[in-house]
Design a binder for this molecule. Sequence first.
Ligand SMILES: C[S@@+](CC[C@H](N)C(=O)[O-])C[C@H]1O[C@@H](n2cnc3c(N)ncnc32)[C@H](O)[C@@H]1O
Length: 251
Amino acid sequence: MRDTRTHFGYRQVPLADKQALVDGVFHKVARRYDLMNDLMSAGLHRAWKDALVTAINPPKSEREFTLLDVAGGTGDISFRTIAAGGPGTRATVADINADMLGVGRERAYAQALDDVVTFVDANAEALPFPDKSFDAVSIAFGIRNVPRIDVALKEMHRVLRLGGRFLCLEFSNVDVPGLDALYELYSFNVVPALGRLVAGDAEPYRYLVESIRRFPRPNAFADMMRAAGFARVSHRVMSGGIVALHSGWRL
Ligand SMILES: C[S@@+](CC[C@H](N)C(=O)[O-])C[C@H]1O[C@@H](n2cnc3c(N)ncnc32)[C@H](O)[C@@H]1O
């Protein structure tokens, strides 16, 4: 029988309930999301995202290049990709949460980038785009929130053009002796406390930390990518294993 239960952080919940619980988290944090990223990661998320954008490798020329950033939230990866690319670069942010998209749209208007960054309300498990329609597809700190990761991976593979690259940035496992204990202490004490102080609520940040611990290890995730159809699957860990950048191609 198909397992209809899953995890929401450390809690076991019916699979059908997970998305609403995740949506509640991002509804609460949307306004403070970008500030909290800087505080929680001590600015490190910028370097991790830069590594992702370097791998996306948008052309500097006028050549047309389209990125789909799934679970793109407030648009960080898209803005960075536009800044790194030439005048032919375009980005689409797909996210299921209207609050996160709203903050992103405001950012786009404020920077006069609303003609090159498009925001679409979409579920990663059912992307509203034709087959083979993007040059690159990315997802940053998003996949662990999606209830059916296998379905979302197949969708991201489907919308990627032949020869296109898929990149997934996600928290991973800290295995460095000493750093692991420190990271544990920081995650379960400092992060929720920061959440309470800055965003007025510790609970969403407790979920974020727990969901990181539940996410498959890089080799297991690589197998899931292969099962979805990706080729030449690889990954590299950064910052002692705090995050991993996964890569796969549609060939
Ligand atoms: C931690 S945020 C990451 C945002 C952005 N990628 C970044 O790195 O700043 C996770 C995002 O995943 C989105 N999300 C969760 N479930 C989703 C789903 N099924 N489909 C699309 N987006 C989803 C949330 O709304 C949220 O914006």
